[in-house]
Design a protein around this ligand. Structure first.
Ligand code: ATP
Length: 332
């Protein structure tokens, strides 16, 4: 007997380097979801897809500012099977893991293999488009900075290092009219084993997007503090509306950098060349930034990761800044 499909695809809403994202409907409830399809044809894609799956399933539904994974479905040819740590691993799932570990394709090359991520739908698109299509708003920036700091502290508390934080990997959804940020795109993330402090864990494979990479990432040895540097770049760019044009996609992106003639040098790369370089914060307008925010950005963008804030300190500091807070009315 033919069973009714669980989801219906409505339309394509975006494309990343490794997957296509669709708006879809859950047929039973008529609720809207986003479905990201990742082609598991080469080991590199399989690794990204599994990393995303491992990170998101380990923290399912626990933080409002992290994208919620409803389920993950493995398609092998015409067969669709949900995968989860709750179920016994199917042969296809084991072959995917083997592909990832061996670095060569272990699935049947004749049958198409995809991972489908069913996620909450974010109606506001990504944070980059969202902010750039609106006038600057300090209160909104403050709210986004708080939400993002809380999300990253949550991830780090759960031993997850994102490693690719940037404004187009952050999505926006709405709750009672207010925008809620959702950290998404966990393809480069790592779930660290063990229960210790996440900041003790060392990584040695360079990864991330150039403009958001900390100096030590450029060098190839880094810790979870690299996520704080990337957030520092995002916050600074958000407050001062500093953008650059992405070479590959031609998109305008929020991010700070150093200008050398006509060339834009990522801040992390420039700091690695000259660790004593003084960052010019604020860059555009002295009045646009209170001293406490200026100090906070310096502490997030410190060259030495040991001197840089960690996510737990950031979560506390961000609540104390005066920037973007509603002024209290004086009583006359
Ligand atoms: N849950 C979602 N709800 C609504 N739109 C989404 C959702 N997830 C992704 N999108 C849209 O699809 C686009 C592509 O997302 P995806 O995560 O595949 O890649 P990306 O972050 O843009 O690119 P890359 O993977 O190359 O860094 C996003 O920019 C966003 O506009």
């Amino acid at each position: 007997m033919a069973t009714e499909a669980k989801y219906s695809i409505v339309q394509e809403v975006g494309r990343g380097s490794y997957g296509v994202v669709y708006e879809a409907i859950v047929n039973k409830t008529r609720s809207k979801v986003a479905v990201k399809r990742m082609h598991c044809n080469v080991p590199e894609n399989v690794e990204l897809a599994l990393q995303e799956f491992w990170a998101l399933q380990s923290i399912q539904r626990q933080h409002e500012n992290v994208i919620q994974l409803e389920e993950c479905i493995l398609q092998n040819g015409q067969v669709f099977q949900p995968i989860s740590h709750r179920y016994r691993k199917s042969d296809s799932h084991l072959l995917l893991i083997e592909t990832c570990l061996k670095g060569r394709r272990c699935m049947d090359p004749k049958s198409a293999c995809f991972l489908w991520f069913v996620m909450e739908f974010c109606d506001g698109g990504n944070m980059n488009e969202y902010l750039l299509s609106r006038s600057p708003d300090a209160q909104l920036n403050n709210s986004f900075m708080r939400q993002l700091s809380s999300a990253v502290a949550f991830l780090h508390r759960n031993q997850i290092v994102h490693r690719d934080l940037k404004s187009d990997n952050i999505l926006i959804s709405h709750r009672r009219g207010s925008p809620i940020v959702k950290v998404a795109d966990f393809g480069l993330s790592k779930v660290c084993q063990g229960k210790g402090n996440v900041n003790q864990h060392r990584f040695s494979s360079a990864c991330g997007s150039n403009f958001y990479m900390a100096p030590e990432v450029w060098e190839g040895h880094y810790t979870a503090k690299a996520d704080i540097f990337a957030l520092g770049i995002i916050f600074w760019a958000m407050v001062e509306r500093i953008t650059f044009r992405d070479g590959d996609t031609e998109k305008e992106l929020l991010g700070t950098y150093i200008c050398q003639g006509k060339e834009l040098i990522p801040l992390g790369e420039a700091l690695l060349e000259n660790p004593n370089m003084k960052l010019q914060i604020p860059l555009k307008n002295k009045k646009s930034m209170p001293d406490d925010l200026c100090k906070l950005l310096h502490d997030m963008l410190a060259f030495n990761p040991k001197e840089r804030l960690d996510a737990f300190q950031l979560e506390i500091r961000i609540r104390q800044i005066s920037y973007g807070k509603k002024r209290q009315r004086s009583v006359s």
